[in-house]
Design a binder for this molecule. Sequence first.
Ligand SMILES: Nc1ncnc2c1ncn2[C@@H]1O[C@H](COP(=O)(O)OP(=O)(O)OP(=O)(O)O)[C@@H](O)[C@H]1O
Ligand SMILES: [Mg+2]
Length: 371
Amino acid sequence: MHVHRVELVDFRNYEQLTLDLTPGCSFFLGPNGSGKTNLLEAIRVIACGRSHRGARDSDMVRLGRPGYRIAVAALGRQEALELDLVWKRGQSRRLRLNGVPVERMADALGRLPVVIFSPGELELVQGGPVGRRRYLDLLLCQLFPAYYDRWLTYQRVLLQRNRLLIQSRGDPHPGEREVWDGSLVEAGLPLAAYRQELAAQLAGVLPALHARLVGAAEALKVEYQPGVSGPPASLRNGDEWMAAYRQQLVHARPLERRRRLTLIGPHRDDLAISWQGRNLRTFASQGQQRMAALAMKLAEVQLLRRQAGEEPVLLLDDVLSELDSSRRAVLLDFLAEGGQTLITAAALGGAIRADDSARFYHVEAGQVRGG
Ligand SMILES: Nc1ncnc2c1ncn2[C@@H]1O[C@H](COP(=O)(O)OP(=O)(O)OP(=O)(O)O)[C@@H](O)[C@H]1O
Ligand SMILES: [Mg+2]
């Protein structure tokens, strides 16, 4: 799929922008603070419902303005797609998909598959498990739109169970605890099952992608580290997993009584990422960690492509400046084979071997020129 038009009104530092885009690679160059990241953020917001920077609508609306609008038109193999998002202060968002109002943002998730890689993505390998769970969850939402509701349900049950533990000072009425344990276990199963399956798929595609980027045979490994230990989670036959989960909740009771917090469950899941048999976080150099994170993003592209039969749009924010020239060449070669990629950079130090279809845009103070 490729985005062929973006329109922004009062989004960040864009007062009004209409931008036509082509498939292939587009470079957005311009000084710091000109609006390059904001442009990618807008596409990411309308495709995934959330800013990759964790910004709220009130952060994204242009200072002093009452609301913003993002609209994109995209073309895929199967369909043409128009998404139009309007937010006004004091109101909830309004999204239209091909002109028809969409009740919930989640119902449009995955329609425009987008993968973003920005400097913050290094958190994937450097940071704690939260970022890795978010990576899994967001990809799952795009791959399987039904996942979002499952995720919401688990969060809700978890929150209520935690509330119960607090209100009862860690010692809820046994009957009540039974009920909440049952709900938690049931809500947890699909999360564990989907994440486990996704981790297996990632493990399948990641080594080759990473090897190509770094030119080394030593494979990058990812492994699902479940918050519920024991039997694998399966959607078709979850009894064993649910029984094990229940058992672990029983064992955790004394500790939960003291901590007044749910200590076992998919909210404790993680992905272990290792390289040459060691933990990437503590062993690899900054640049090597960056390549691993980038490989994880390219794996996302590959899985989305495979699942949806549509090429996702890849948004690369400030990635090139961080790579040495040979890595950069490999990455650009790789991108030339794929679908649409929008790349930002303050400047392109050194020659870029971009093929003839590549477009160059200049961004300055909320204006985009060229193409
Ligand atoms: N809500 C807003 N209203 C108006 N301007 C904003 C808003 N939010 C951010 N900005 C401004 O938008 C400008 C561009 O931000 P952006 O992050 O897109 O820059 P950039 O081109 O990616 O720069 P860099 O090369 O440093 O990454 C910044 O100067 C910022 O102050
Ligand atoms: Mg930027």
